[in-house]
Design a protein around this ligand. Structure first.
Ligand SMILES: [Zn+2]
Length: 545
């Protein structure tokens, strides 16, 4: 009896003490941001649109109200990025494949999806085809799909994704670098064909929904659109009939290759195909500008405040789109309530709490609501290459993208947690809330390269991407959301969003960013880590935990 009484009174004291200093996160506070950002009036916040500009003013005005200072360019809240918007021409493009099976022409969106080159308005290119397996090359991972192959002047044909059995994050990265690898070997084009696994993760029908979308690239100071591998002039994704045409007369069948690729560590060898392809595309260009929104909270420690932690979330979404064959009265506004209204709401709530905390953060904190994420992580790429504070003083990044707030989550995933001391830091920071840190439950999605934090990683900054986990019903909700609502007009406020989960997610991220901001040592890459070794060879290391 006595012990229990003592226990109760101690607990009460703790609660009272906590109430004085701990920030409060509420369902209503969280909901207010998502409701504003996902309103039909913002028209889906497309990069370069008025709706996105209004969303940017919302973020800036909240930052100002919280007492942050402008962290953008010229003393403003904004870093304005100029983009080239490349729009498909009336001749929508085609791929013609010829060889032992005769000649077959596939119009764009008819079993081929052609990419648009940002520097070639009228492309008409013919080249032989060379199969290069997964088309990946990496010394550290001992992968070299180009060994013994001559692809100079050729279009390489690659399998989508990366060899089964590779860690998903390294795999997603080398997969994203395929164009660069092909360019280094002198190829001038790249075709991608599905594996058995990728057919399930990225069905052709879903890819077709992007067929009419313009392409975006940020514009360099010299006025040219930035392209990571400009030497790869032609790009296309091939569906079955087109892939079969490319393999006509090949020494090995595609079915056989796919079976090998479906085994753990299956790395099908490349070979010269007996076919060639002509790729035609036409495009027009426009320039649009769109801002990253940046708020700064100066740190309290005279020394540590020279270092910055970054919390980021993309503010843009897909805008308004018309899909072929849709009913005339179909909902066409991609409100992006969870993707990424929910991430931005989290960012704003954490900024509010950090600015109001009586115990000021020791390091400085940057809050970045980025643009152009849905166009290829472009706003974050631009920021990481043109940072408003020296990149060497940015010590860590937590990115928030599409937290699935449709159930009372009890675990979180931190994509990238295996690579740096941010992983253990996250686990420790969320433990008092009875939340577990879980490993990546969907490695086939290659999520590590699919949000803004990846651009910080490529500039050497340890980073994680935080999302809600698969426990407590999460697996089902993630499955349903990815199949039905992801990147569709259904990601709006009609979903049963659990606003209490939103408030909890904000608290989770407040605890994580505060831990990162206040710790004596900054986040460090683990010794021998792939990303640390690749992008921050000279940086200090932490022992792997
Ligand atoms: Zn998205």
């Amino acid at each position: 009896m006595k012990t229990i009484l003592f226990g109760v009174s101690a607990l009460l004291t703790a609660t009272v003490l906590n109430a004085q200093s701990a920030p409060v996160f509420t369902a209503a506070g969280f909901r207010s941001h998502v409701a504003f950002l996902a309103d039909d009036l913002l028209e889906g916040r497309d990069t370069g649109s008025r709706g996105h500009e209004i969303a940017a003013r919302h973020a800036a005005s909240q930052f100002e109200g919280y007492g942050l200072v402008p962290g953008g360019e010229d003393g403003t809240w904004y870093q304005r990025v100029t983009f080239q918007k490349t729009v498909r021409g009336a001749d929508r493009g085609s791929v013609t494949i010829s060889g032992p099976g005769g000649e077959q022409r596939f119009a764009h969106a008819d079993n081929v999806l052609t990419g648009l080159h940002p520097r070639e308005p009228n492309l008409d290119l013919t080249a032989p085809l060379v199969f290069v397996g997964y088309g990946v090359e990496d010394e550290r991972l001992k992968l070299n799909d180009y060994k013994g192959l001559n692809v100079k002047g050729a279009i390489v044909v690659t399998l989508r994704g990366f060899p089964k059995g590779l860690p998903s994050e390294e795999g997603a990265h080398i997969s994203a670098m395929k164009g660069k690898a092909a360019e280094l070997h002198g190829a001038i084009g790249m075709f991608v064909i599905a594996t058995l696994q990728s057919q399930k993760a990225h069905p052709w029908a879903k890819s077709l929904e992007y067929a009419n979308d313009p392409d975006y690239a940020w514009v360099q100071p010299d006025g040219q659109a930035f392209d990571e591998a400009p030497g790869i002039r032609a790009r296309a994704l091939l569906n079955e009939p087109a892939a079969a045409a490319a393999f006509a007369g090949a020494p090995r069948t595609l079915a056989d290759i796919r079976l090998e690729a479906d085994k753990a560590n299956g790395v099908p060898r490349g070979f010269k195909l007996k076919t060639r392809a002509t790729v035609k595309t036409s495009a027009t260009w426009e320039r649009v500008t769109s801002p990253n929104v940046i708020g700064l909270l100066k740190g309290s420690d005279p020394e540590l405040s020279k270092q910055y932690t970054v919390l980021s979330a993309h503010l843009d979404h897909l805008g308004i789109k018309e899909l072929t064959g849709e009913a005339p009265d179909a909902d066409r506004i991609y409100n992006g309530a969870l993707d990424n209204g929910a991430g931005v709401a989290t960012l704003l709530e954490v900024a509010r709490a950090a600015a109001a905390a009586p115990d000021r953060p020791r390091r400085s904190m940057l809050f970045i609501a980025s643009t152009g994420e849905e166009k290829g992580l472009l706003g974050a790429d631009y920021y990481a290459r043109h940072p408003t504070v020296p990149i060497g003083q940015i010590v860590g990044n937590v990115d928030l993208d599409m937290p699935l707030l449709l159930y009372p989550f009890t675990d979180v995933i931190a994509f990238g947690a295996n690579h740096s001391s941010i992983g253990p830091l996250v686990a420790k920071a969320v433990a008092p809330m009875n939340i577990q840190l879980s490993p990546d439950p969907m490695p086939e999605q290659g999520i590590f390269t699919r949000s803004d934090h990846y651009q910080f990683v490529r500039q050497g900054v340890p980073a994680v991407f935080l999302a809600t986990g698969f426990a407590n019903g999460g697996a089902t909700k993630w499955g349903e959301f990815l199949a039905n609502a992801y990147h569709s007009p259904k990601d709006d406020l009609s979903q049963k969003i659990d606003w209490e989960a939103g408030a909890r997610f904000a608290e989770v991220n407040y605890r994580i960013t505060r831990a990162m901001t206040d710790s004596d040592t900054p986040p460090l890459w683990f010794q021998g880590d792939y990303f640390g070794d690749t992008f921050a060879a000279k940086a200090a290391r932490a022992a792997r935990q």
